[in-house]
Design a protein around this ligand. Sequence first.
Ligand code: ADP
Ligand code: ZN
Ligand code: ZN
Length: 660
Amino acid sequence: MAILRVALDLPLHRLFDYRSDGASPADVGRRVRVPFGRGEKLGIVVEVVGHSDWPLEQLKAAGPLLDDLPPLPQDFFALADFASSYYQAPLGEVLLSALPAGLKRLDPPDRRAGRASKAKAAGALPELTAEQRTAIDALAVDGGFSANLLFGVTGSGKTEVYLRLVDKALTLGRQVLLLVPEINLTPQLEARVRSRFPARNVVALHSELAEAARERHWRAAFAGEADIVLGTRLAVFTPMPRLGLIVVDEEHDASFKQQDGMRYSARDLAVVRARQRGVPVLLGSATPSLETWANAQAGRYALQTLKERANREASLPAVDILDTRRLILREGVADPLVVAIRERLARGEQSLVFLNRRGYAPVLACPACGWVSRCQRCAANLVLHTADRRLRCHHCGFEHRIPRACPTCGNQDIHPFGRGTQRVEEWLQKEFPEARILRVDRDSVKSRKQWEAVLERIHGGEADILIGTQMLAKGHDFPKLTLVGVLGADSALFAADWRAPERLFAQLMQVAGRAGRAELKGRVIVQTQYPDHPLFAALVAQDYPGFAAVQLKEREQAGFPPYAFQAVLRAEAPAMADAIAFLETAAALPVIGEHDAVMLYDPVPMRMARLASLERGQLLAESFSRPALQAFLPRWREAIEALKAPAKLRWHLEVDPLEF
Ligand code: ADP
Ligand code: ZN
Ligand code: ZN
């Protein structure tokens, strides 16, 4: 009689024992059907043992072990184990969320594994620049674990470096894991990878794939049949028996951080996985996260820099900061920017107006009585969308038709305040009636198909002026784009969030990088009321290292990450008082007294205090020692689990939080 120790997808930090007659240790890593409550669940066998702490007669018999998949390998468990203990997430949740949906099902459809991809071969390879060669030579693909940062401006040839290293790994007979922030926004990268390696099996793994395709690709990776796995954050867990290299492109991108459910950083797990597997990991960015930059500065990561644009004719764009305090603005646009757009139009070149706020206006208001369009469920305003005449909450999805008159006082003269992309688009069309204007944001581009169509239009020269959000800033090469105008940057300058400058700088560098990638010289115009802000000086000089040095000094003085380590306990309840009271209890648990190196702040409402009708409070735990924080967290979590929380209260812990 063997005992199966089974991980189930439940918010509980424990495994479940079942009796099984024929099981052996070789069944570790298999999926198994087990009775649970009144029903059945699919679990993963974590251990096969001879003895249970439970009386044998109380154990239920496990159902059949599934054999449509080889047992999950040891390193899959090693990474899940790490994620579980580091992020305080139940092992079962981690293990099962790392599987494609079809393999978590009790009654999965029958499916067969992968097929080779077909792609046209690329032409001749470009001759590497000296900097690229140095970066490639510095990374020993067969030299065991190493963590590397490739820092280079947009267009400096980072992707070319990835591809050469991928080639080396493939030649050694290894598989490569290439992680990207949002695959939807990077069809160009996928196409480039496929055409560079036409004889190789390249599979994509991301959430927009149909379930069957995702499972097929995952199986191909696990079977060692896929040579290159191109995926988003969850792909970091994909079993790959011949793994030889991990690349994380745009490593600073916040979408590598999962912000709900199992909260983890795929970028950080990529480094852990590389260490566990003894393979190199390469992080690439034009604006590395400050955490990564600090690691490189401290020598923990090897740093390779590409200073020049790879294509010699393409120079870096000139950045002008436009002081709007003495200028007249029309719909937020200053005249010098209008003039610059007009010049591009006359020359048949493209302009891009960047405004990271979608919708027509962020709020509708009544000047007579002070009514504003608030979301009933969130601490947020309803955004005015004129295209389909709705007021819409960008946080919870609540929506409503636009009222004809003020709902409070009946005044018919209610106004939109502020502006989003739709409003600027409308104005640009009036100002430039002859121009073809294309708006690109999550309202106008909802799917990958639409996005590809939009890219095609831009490349085909079918748009003169682009107006859009950060969607436009990510990794695209628009050959005719020579002007980027930035609106609305100031709101992030003085935000309460101390990470806001880092994000703003990355965004502006990225969008500035869109200008003048090819033979045409680019120009960037940033409108601001704070032209003397040091962030803009760094932007003009395109000086990320200077910017990072100042930011890191400030972080060090303030005791913020990466010089301190944080975890946050959040509680959500219908009433804020309940959430705060729960956090106060958690802040007073006896276990806290036993961990001197960890400091707890006072419980406070989250910055967005109400979301979808729930009030949200948070309690920050911080330490200058990572091991001290890691020693504290499991004991604290166990003590919190033992608390009696009010019925409608939900809580979770997040380690290394990005948002508060
Ligand atoms: P990044 O990933 O840093 O933005 P890419 O690798 O996409 O840079 O390179 C930018 C452009 O320069 C691409 O069009 C690419 O084909 C080209 N390129 C890259 N390396 C070279 C090189 N050594 N010589 C000429 N062109 C290059
Ligand atoms: Zn009113
Ligand atoms: Zn809402």
